[in-house]
Design a protein around this ligand. Structure first.
Ligand SMILES: Nc1ncnc2c1ncn2[C@@H]1O[C@H](COP(=O)(O)OP(=O)(O)OP(=O)(O)O)[C@@H](O)[C@H]1O
Ligand SMILES: [Mg+2]
Length: 225
């Protein structure tokens, strides 16, 4: 029903973490979710091969010649299709963004991240000139809850001043999000004895997923005349 691309040409901004947190959270709330692992490192395929019993389907064999069709095809079957894209600019990334109902651009609060995020935004806006409006949001990742650095605040202000839409919720820095990959489990499956801050991590994930559902719902409603 909805295709979400997670993209930023800069490496290590939190794309795979965001994609996995979102997918497993939406699935925990009962949604059918398909996750496309479009990164040659196949971290999400490896995650699914682990001990997790999460119902999320992970597909790792799409390529630049079929990604658009595969995303649209799965989108007709699953309530949410989430594409974790590689940290480079490629034909695969371009096609996935074109097929998406919403593109999330995870970034950290540094000038270097902001420059690369700007490239992703410029690209989406260029697509929009040809195919019509494209929904996207910048998502701040690895933020410290309740504490924004001066750099981060300056970057947010700059993006807001140029009209860039940003998620109200961040994906905060939480050990639990890293542990999902270490133990190859969802937040719900992780052992609270072994992983700190699971409740806070789940709360953050729920808020983020809720905001995304709301964005998609609003985007689907016909415009008032
Ligand atoms: N919210 C978070 N809390 C804690 N650690 C995080 C968070 N987000 C990302 N990380 C860590 O930061 C590193 C990069 O994250 P991730 O692999 O999700 O980025 P990526 O954008 O997918 O990278 P690539 O471009 O290489 O695919 C990883 O070690 C990950 O565990
Ligand atoms: Mg990744």
């Amino acid at each position: 029903m909805a295709v979400i691309a997670v993209s930023n040409p800069k490496g290590g901004t939190g794309k795979s973490t965001t994609a996995l947190v979102l997918a497993t959270t939406l699935a925990r709330h009962g949604a059918s979710v398909t996750l496309f692992d479009c990164d040659p490192n196949r971290n999400l395929v490896a995650w699914k091969d682990g001990p997790t019993a999460s119902p999320v389907t992970v597909i790792g064999h799409a390529d630049s010649t079929n990604i658009g069709r595969m995303l649209k095809g799965e989108g007709a079957r699953s309530q949410f299709v989430i594409a974790d894209l590689e940290g480079t600019a490629s034909l695969m990334v371009a096609s996935a963004i074109l097929a998406a109902d919403l593109t999330l651009i995870p970034m950290q609060g540094s000038a270097m991240d902001a420059t690369q995020a700007r490239r992703a935004i410029d690209y989406i806006e260029d697509q929009a000139a040809t195919v019509g409006p494209r929904a996207y949001r910048v998502l701040f990742t690895r933020t410290k809850p309740g504490f924004a650095t001066r750099d981060e605040r300056a970057i947010r202000e700059k993006l807001a001043a140029s009209g860039v839409p940003m998620m109200a919720n961040d994906l905060a820095e939480r050990a639990a999000y890293r542990s999902m990959f270490t133990y190859r489990q969802s937040l719900d499956e992780l052992d609270p004895q072994a992983v700190n801050g699971l409740d806070k991590a789940r709360e953050n994930a729920d808020a983020l997923a809720g905001e995304i559902v709301e964005i998609l719902r609003t985007a689907r409603e016909p415009a008032h005349v």
